[in-house]
Design a protein around this ligand. Structure first.
Ligand SMILES: Nc1ncnc2c1ncn2[C@@H]1O[C@H](COP(=O)(O)OP(=O)(O)OP(=O)(O)O)[C@@H](O)[C@H]1O
Ligand SMILES: [Mg+2]
Length: 462
């Protein structure tokens, strides 16, 4: 291996490491992110807003607010320092009347002289007070004498006591003179406006997302073979386009289905006419073993065509409606019992399910009649949870071998040719049943029944 090869191999393994790490990071990141479009778009709006505001607020607090407060405090402390100097320089003014007057009139400060014993010990500092800090720094810097500050005791006054040589100078200054107090209002405005904006954004966003949800609902109910009567394209252009495309697709699918059913029905119908002619001609031929066989075949063909026509005719135009499944299954059981079978029914869950009831009855009826044909005991179980309605039909008959369980769904395929010639149906039953289950968005599966025979399971979304 050359050094170049080694280098390339290293690079490659590094790239693999990086891409692994990236995948892992991506997965973790995704697991934290909200899943819904609504939450995601809100996050996309909120996150930048919060970050921007935090940065702005921080910079503002840090720079502007601090600076202004510092400057204001410095000015107040300057005045106080000047007063203290005046007191010291002009001791002839015994009760400091002039100093008090000048302070009051010119500087807006109310001052007093207290006995030296009135100097309180330094109290606990308020935890986060810009003003306290700024004032303390300035007093220390400009006056350099023991002092005591109370910025919280009175709401709009600040009390400062400074120990002079033989008295204590007490100063009441207006809080607003020392503190950039309207800065909080700025923050309040900022938060307030962003809350209002956020509310507006949420309202608008909800309106944008609603059409997407209704498109999803419409697609879902189309998948379940139901109509979505109130659906129409709404919302943003892209969503409307998707909705329009969905509607067109739905119409095309429906038209294609209809056309195929109509064509097959037409063919069957024409064949039936010919078959009738055929039968007449057979009748004219007289009797004989060949003629008997032909007659039997034509009868069978006739039955097949009738079955198909009945299906094609019955399929069209039925609307989904809420149906009580418990009652529905009970009727099936009664039908089975009428033909002298042992049947039992159980149902779990909330029984009202939206289906096309005549079609669904044909579907289940077929499974039950199959079971009735091959077995003595039939057990029908219904179960409904929040997503699916599951109906199982169990019997104790011969069952269907594993390898044939998909085959039997093919139209006109019958296994009982060998088993029982005369009793056989047309072989269309399971095909029709599956067609109906699928048009409801579900399916039929065949399996082994604990009763020994076949278990047919129909599952449709609710
Ligand atoms: N419960 C069952 N036990 C054993 N075999 C079954 C059972 N159900 C169906 N089969 C087999 O599957 C084949 C197809 O059934 P399918 O219902 O499609 O047709 P069919 O019952 O023969 O006719 P049709 O239902 O149209 O009257 C049947 O011919 C039969 O051989
Ligand atoms: Mg059948």
């Amino acid at each position: 291996m050359t050094t170049l090869d080694v280098g390339i191999a290293r690079l490659r393994s590094a790239a693999v490491h990086v891409s692994d790490g990236w995948t892992r990071f991506n997965r973790t990141f995704k697991s934290f992110m909200p899943k819904g479009l609504y939450a995601r778009s809100l996050l996309i709006i909120i996150a930048p807003m919060v970050i921007l505001q935090s940065v702005v607020a921080f910079v503002f607090m840090e720079r502007h607010w601090n600076l202004v407060t510092q400057n204001l405090s410095a000015a107040v402390v300057q005045d106080i320092a000047a007063l203290a100097d005046m007191v010291k320089t002009f001791p002839q003014d015994a009760d400091h009347k002039d100093v008090k007057r000048i302070a009051q009139d010119r500087l807006g400060l109310v001052i007093d002289f207290l006995p030296i014993s009135d100097m309180p010990p330094p109290g606990p500092k308020p935890f986060f007070s810009l003003l306290d800090q700024a004032l303390s720094v300035e007093v220390r810097k400009q006056i350099g004498r023991p002092f005591w500050i109370d910025t919280v005791g009175r709401s709009n006054l600040v009390e400062i006591r400074i120990q002079l040589d033989n008295s204590v100078l007490r100063v009441f200054a207006k809080r607003s003179a020392a503190y950039a107090s309207n800065s909080e209002i700025f923050l309040l405005w900022m938060v307030g406006t962003s809350l209002v904006l956020l509310t507006v954004a949420i309202l608008f966003l909800r309106n944008q997302i609603r059409p997407i949800l209704s498109l999803a609902d419409a697609a879902e109910s189309f998948g379940k073979g139901r109509e979505a009567p109130n659906f129409r394209p709404r919302g943003a252009r892209e969503v409307r386009r998707a909705a329009q495309a969905f509607l067109e697709m739905k119409i095309r699918i429906e038209r294609a289905l209809e056309q195929r059913t109509a064509m097959l029905a037409g063919v069957s119908h024409d064949l039936r006419t010919m078959l009738t002619r055929f039968k007449l001609e057979l009748a004219l031929l007289g009797d004989g073993p060949e003629v008997e066989a032909l007659k039997k075949d034509t009868d069978e063909m006739n039955a097949m065509l009738e079955a198909y026509l009945a299906f094609a005719r019955g399929d069209s135009g039925e609307q989904s409606a809420p149906t009580d499944m418990a009652v529905f299954l009970d009727e099936l059981k009664t039908d089975a019992e009428r033909h002298g079978h042992n049947a039992s029914v159980t149902f779990h869950g909330y029984p009202i399910v939206t289906v096309r009831s005549a079609a669904f009855k044909r579907c289940l009826g077929n499974l039950v009649s199959n079971a009735a044909r091959f077995a003595d005991s039939i057990n029908i179980t219904g179960h409904r949870d929040h997503r699916w309605l599951t109906v199982t039909v169990d019997d104790d008959g011969p069952g269907i071998p594993q390898s044939m369980r998909e085959e039997v769904f093919k139209p006109f395929l019958r296994l009982d040719d060998a088993r029982n010639q005369d009793e056989g149906g047309t072989g269309l039953g399971l095909a029709i049943a599956r067609d109906i289950a699928r048009s409801h968005g579900g399916d039929i599966m065949l399996g082994d029944s604990p009763m020994g025979g076949l278990r047919a399971t129909v599952r449709v979304p609710v």
